[in-house]
Design a protein around this ligand. Sequence first.
Ligand code: MCA
Ligand code: AMP
Length: 496
Amino acid sequence: MTNTLYDALFAQHAQNDAPFLTLDDGGTLSYAAFIARVAQIAHTLVDAGVHPGDRIVVQAPKLADTIALYGAAVQAGAVYLPLNTAYTESELRYFVDDATPKLVICDAKDQAAFEGLCAQTTQVLSLAADGSGSLSRNADEKPQQFETVARGENDLAALLYTSGTTGRSKGAMLSHKNLLSNAQSLTDLWQITKTDRLIHALPIFHTHGLFVAMNTALLAGGQVRFMASFDAGTMIDELPKSTLLMGVPTFYTRLLNEAQLTPALVANMRLFVSGSAPLLAETHTAFEARTGHRILERYGMTETNMITSNPYYGERVAGTVGYALPGTEVEITNNGVPVAPGEIGMIEVRGDNVFQGYWNMPEKTAEELRDTGFFITGDLGTKTEDGRITIVGRQKDLIISGGYNIYPKEIEDVINDVPGVVESAVFGVPHPDFGESVLAAVVLDDRALTAAGIAASVEPHLARFKHPRRYVILNALPRNTMGKVQKNVLRANYSD
Ligand code: MCA
Ligand code: AMP
């Protein structure tokens, strides 16, 4: 049986005794042991009634078994749907209703809550750090080999939700080919091999930590230092033993705060990659001054995987995101028509990396994915004569905080539902640690309502990272002559 993604990333390691994951407790899992675990979990999925094409929703801690679950979903031909562990019950309800999963895997502490959310036809199993979750216990009893389910290039491997400017999250359908082609391009370009040791401190429910980092490591057969979450001190301890780091800009600004960050500490390191949010040129320069390493910045999206990268060998230019990846076309357009080099336009992208459309949203898909195969990113940029891309802004209203995307519309909808609120505008202001931070301007018709009162009503509905850090109460929102709220004015007024 052939299974595009499983064969390339997983099957090759069945007899590989090299180390794969090293965990926070020092324990190391070999590739061969990992593949045996993947098979055990694949049996558990099938026993739970999962058929090829069924969605598996996963909101679980960052454990070796969670990565094995990803492999198992691929091996069993299912569609892997990971969710941010910070999401609240009301956010989760939407994903479960929209994706209609056959199986949900959650943190053991959330089992009852998920059972309340899910339809009768959805089974709920759990994972826990001590191995006591029902998924792990079931898997312990299963055979260590599993007959891989056949899947072709265009079959779906994953469904990743990305918030929208309309406030409703959209499930980006990613095929086996989308994921594999991107892993191959990045592994080649960044020269990743089995001699690499990657420091993995990203969450594994987004493209960056799950696909960019894990798929390239699996493809190359490299070792992964699997940190449960980012911790600057642990990273300082790991850098001398490692060769590769993939992070969001906050990782780099935080590392720069550590006095131990010196050229000697990173002497063994080969490559530092940054993405998910703009890396300030000053961070790039400061990091080079402190370590001698020029951070390699790349650019991507959930819908497209990675799109561009600064070169491995050539010039890595601060403030730019480099060139289209091999096999990927990038055009800068005005209403779909390419503009001249140096002119600002919409970044559009086409290639094997580009998704199959939004789950159950054919109209949204048609709006953003052209018949020609070009995907309209919503990011604005320029391209030089030789193809180097710089992102200069976004047409979509989006805040990126510590690498997490926050869509103002989603938060405004929740604030506007609070009795006493007339209207609101959510906007981002510069933040030294997270890059941007969320603020809300609110107009009230109830004088008794306070900022604390609004926060108390809003917070149960939204993940913590989306909470406005400040509510500014105004008599009216600033508007232009067309009546459009001027978020740039709000940003300018409240940036300090
Ligand atoms: C945590 N908090 C945040 C964020 N993270 N607030 C705003 N923005 C954030 N990103 C809040 C917590 O709720 C908490 O609030 C307080 O900050 C401290 O929480 P803690 O857990 O200690 O924070 P941390 O562990 O230091 O996390 C910061 C982090 C993390 C390491 C930057 O957010 C992170 O790992 N970000 C990476 C996100 C990522 O992987 N993005 C890729 C998306 P309080 O104390 O007040 O309760 S994929 C993508 O964008 C595309 C495809 C691409 O190109 O890669
Ligand atoms: P997501 O919706 O999580 O897929 O995030 C994708 C968005 O993150 C892109 O559309 C960009 O706006 C932003 N992004 C990713 N990488 C970079 C980067 N290197 N520089 C600036 N923005 C980035």
